[in-house]
Design a protein around this ligand. Structure first.
Ligand SMILES: [Ca+2]
Length: 359
């Protein structure tokens, strides 16, 4: 039987005028199919959570089996270079991409390197999913031109891959953030109501995207355009956003804002503070002013406490007053968390007025 098949095979080869050294690999494989090796069967086929396909097959009952080759590809019966897996009957294919259908078959080969035909073909695909985020936090109110920061998280890949996030700043897919960190900022330029939502995707297989999570409704209001001026209150009085420690007396120096200015007339613990009510978070220019006098300190500390901390500058109040002097531009939260404070710690100081100018 075997001799007969071999004879027929040689006939076929000769009829096609192949030199045996030039016989295509595929023809050799098909020619000796039944001479020594039986057809294989894949026993089972499973896909686990590690982007792997596990294979097992019945051992060939043919004589002189030396090993097996695993073939796979992304089209039926169209395989890439085989994997010589040796004389085993199980193998795990690694490094596969999810959502791609793989077609797989196995051959056996004998000691003379004659190879059987393909086994039956199996196919399947790795399924990966990314769970949708479970967190979306951040401000529900903001002002135009002022960045708001949002944080998400909680997504994971069923294959254990890293994930990245994307925010939808408008809620309709028309204003998407880059894919990236779970914490991202947005600066809206137009006032309105925005429905923020978020999703995640696999960092390795970026086509695997979660469902949207959200929405978080954010009301964005126009930044106020009115400046805020806080004058000093009358000596000894705390009102209108003014408060003080120590003792402050009415100054008779010219060039004041409003009706007068004050100077520190107690100990070096004298401080005078203006606390504005900021209507909307944003960046404000802060101006200070004072009246001058020969008795004033040349290093009067004036501190601005803003959203980013406290910034202190010193001024020579023997000169240069009687006008608005820009202290700096600072970011403020809405409300009364920020303030300007002048101190008499280095000698006599003047408290006249402060001014907050929105951009
Ligand atoms: Ca004043």
């Amino acid at each position: 039987m075997a001799r007969s098949l071999l004879y027929q095979t040689m006939e076929r080869i000769n009829s096609k005028r192949y030199n045996t050294r030039e016989i295509p690999y595929s023809l050799l494989r098909n020619s000796f199919i039944t001479s020594s090796i039986l057809l294989l069967t894949l026993l089972f086929f499973s896909i686990d959570s590690g982007a792997q396909i596990k294979l097992a097959w019945d051992p060939s009952t043919g004589p002189n089996v030396a090993g097996y080759r695993v073939y796979y590809g992304t089209a039926s019966r169209t395989y890439g270079t085989p994997i010589n897996v040796g004389n085993v009957t199980t193998y795990t294919l690694n490094g596969l991409s999810p959502a791609v259908v793989y077609y797989i078959a196995v051959t056996a080969y004998d000691r003379a390197n004659y190879e059987s035909d393909y086994s039956n073909e199996v196919s399947g695909q790795i399924s990966e999913t990314v769970s949708r985020p479970t967190v979306l936090t951040g401000p529900t109110g903001g002002t135009t031109g002022h960045p708001c920061t949002y944080t998400t998280g909680g997504s994971s890949s069923t294959l254990g891959h890293a994930v990245q996030y994307q925010f939808d700043w408008k809620g309709d897919g028309s204003d998407l953030s880059p894919w990236g960190s779970a914490t991202q900022s947005k600066t809206w330029t137009l006032a309105g109501t925005y429905n923020v939502r978020v999703r995640a995707r696999c960092l390795t297989h970026t086509s695997v995207v979660s469902a949207w999570f959200g929405v978080l409704e954010v009301d964005v209001t126009p930044l106020p355009t009115e400046e805020i001026i806080l004058d000093n209150a009358a000596a000894g009085v705390s009102n209108g956003g003014c408060s003080f420690t120590g003792t402050w007396c009415t100054s008779f120096s010219a060039g004041y804002y409003g009706v007068d200015s004050l100077y520190s007339c107690g100990s070096e613990t004298d401080t005078y503070r203006w606390t504005p009510s900021i209507p909307a978070a944003g960046s404000y220019e802060v101006y200070v002013r004072w009246t001058t006098h020969d008795n004033r300190s040349t290093t009067v500390p004036i501190s601005v406490t803003h959203a980013g901390g406290t910034t202190t500058k010193t001024y020579n109040q023997q000169t240069g007053g009687q006008t608005w002097v820009l202290h700096g531009t600072y970011s403020f939260n809405s409300g009364t968390g920020g303030y300007v404070q002048v101190s008499g710690i280095y000698g006599q100081a003047c408290a006249d007025a402060v001014r907050f100018v929105p951009p």
